[in-house]
Write a protein that binds this ligand. Structure first.
Ligand code: HAM
Length: 455
């Protein structure tokens, strides 16, 4: 008999309570009420992206592990600690995507998108996976929407992309809660970031003992990350460290100044933050995040930046690019906290109650006819008593109930009951649809033509 490894490792309490399963730590069910928020966020994103000429892309949930290692960087937290990596049956190493940019760039190269008009503008709305320490707003499976502009470099593109993110925040009613933090981390030209890195390493040389456990290993491997550590001693040291801004090459400096000028022209408030470096290695020049005005970096709803070297690192031609992604759970949390209402589409119009087999048969047809004209309908065809069905109609909060019993079948009629007023009237079966449409109002009908399908 094989041993149950889960039970063996002592984590069986996480799998189930008694004989009831529970979800793994760090993931969550998106229940119907929350889905209304998710749907709204997705609609706003789709709408704004379409307006701006972006087209939607979905890359696979998993990629070869090297796609992420090479792009995000081996020494980042994401790659070194947070990836869900597994081997398939042929021993290939695969990883659930921890972020969207690497897959999009892989796809851009694989599908020769450099032959399309540039920049190629793509957006995605996808689940991502990180073995993060679960806490408020930090999950192991979370949704991001993101957009990437690949193929051109100009501060105006960075400004447009930031503006797009800002407009989405405004549409969602959360723009006021967040402030844009922005920085330039320079380029890979010798006199720019590499010169800074040498001086930064020299600065930290001999000071390792004052750093937190996490940062001790970073002085050689990933010294930029030392700048955005939130531990007190590390913050003090980072405040004394040389500033990247003083090392930017003339081109990066001018690029950044122009970007700030364009943001002003677009009326986008920002804070210049010299210690903003981001947790992914692929960035060059512009980096930015939207920070919670009160709690700061910990609850950033989104971030992005320019990544001019990534396409080449991933095997393509040198191609500049810029992108952004935001966490949908964090946005929805903020919307709920601010009591922002989203349009409810799930509310029912009518409940159909029936008594007797012949009535049930007629109702079965009627329900579909109602639905076909956009009347949101449920029927309790499995329930026996009218009392139980009316009770259910109340619980569904349907404003109307259609009732058919033996008499109505015989007379070819139906009863329409106004649930709020408690009044009811008898109408001819053939007139039920028209009558219901009148009561509900054409504008409230939930109709669509295939050209308008919203998913
Ligand atoms: P990121 O800053 O790692 O950037 O993630 C973007 C956003 O995803 C974060 O600001 C946060 O709202 C959300 N997020 C990240 N991790 C979690 C988590 N464990 N739980 C819940 N939400 C989370 C990127 O992913 C880059 N790919 C952005 C980008 C696109 N850069 C260029 N193009």
């Amino acid at each position: 008999m094989t041993q149950d490894k889960t039970a063996d490792s002592g984590i069986e309490n996480e799998v189930s309570k008694g004989n009831k399963f529970q979800k793994p730590k760090g993931v969550h069910d998106i229940l119907p009420d929350t889905h209304e928020y998710f749907t709204f966020v997705k609609k706003v994103v789709r709408h704004r992206c379409r307006q701006s000429g972006f087209r939607r892309i979905s890359t696979p949930i998993f990629e070869f592990t090297d796609v992420f290692k090479r792009s995000i960087g081996n020494d980042t937290d994401i790659v070194s600690k947070e990836m869900y990596t597994f081997q398939d049956r042929k021993g290939r190493s695969l990883t659930l995507k921890p972020e969207g940019t690497a897959g999009v760039v892989r796809s851009y190269i694989e599908h020769n998108m450099q032959l399309l008009p540039q920049p190629v503008e793509l957006y995605y709305i996808e689940p991502h996976f990180r073995y993060d320490r679960p806490q408020k707003g930090r999950f192991r499976q979370f949704w991001q929407f993101g957009f990437e502009m690949i193929g051109e470099s100009d501060p105006a593109l960075d400004a447009q992309l930031i503006h797009l993110a800002h407009l989405i925040n405004e549409d969602l009613g959360v723009a006021e809660l967040f402030k844009l933090q922005i920085n330039s981390i320079g380029c890979m030209k010798k006199e720019c970031r590499p010169r800074y890195m040498t001086d930064l390493k020299n600065f930290y040389f001999g000071k390792e003992r004052s750093l937190c456990e996490n940062c001790k290993g970073r002085t050689e491997k990933n010294p930029l990350r030392l700048l955005d550590c939130k531990e007190e001693d590390c913050v003090i040291l980072a405040g004394l460290a040389p500033t990247l801004k003083d090392y930017l090459c003339p081109e990066c400096k001018e690029y950044h100044e122009q970007l700030l000028d364009l943001l002003k022209a677009l009326d986008i408030e920002y804070v210049e933050n010299p210690s903003l470096v981001r947790g992914l290695d692929y960035y060059t020049k512009t980096v930015f995040e939207f920070w919670d005005r009160e709690t700061g970096a910990q609850n950033a709803i989104g971030g992005g930046g320019r990544y001019d070297g990534l396409v080449e690192i991933m095997g393509g031609q040198p191609t500049p690019a810029v992108g952004f992604a935001a966490g949908i759970e964090r946005i929805v949390d903020n919307m709920k906290r601010e009591h922002i209402q989203v349009p409810r589409k799930d509310n029912l119009h009518v409940f159909v109650a029936q008594l007797g087999y012949e009535a049930k048969k007629k109702c079965l047809k009627l329900i579909q006819k109602l639905r076909d004209v956009g009347i949101k309908t449920v029927g309790a065809l499995g329930k026996a008593s009218i009392k139980a069905q009316l009770h259910l109609a109340d619980r569904f909060q349907a404003p109307y109930t259609i009732i058919m019993g033996i008499t109505e079948v015989r007379d070819n009629t139906a009863i329409i009951r106004d649930m709020k007023r408690g009044s009811q009237k008898i109408v001819s079966y053939d007139k039920v649809l028209d009558e219901m449409k009148k009561l509900i109002g054409e504008e409230s009908l939930d109709t669509y033509s295939p050209g308008e399908v919203v998913y």
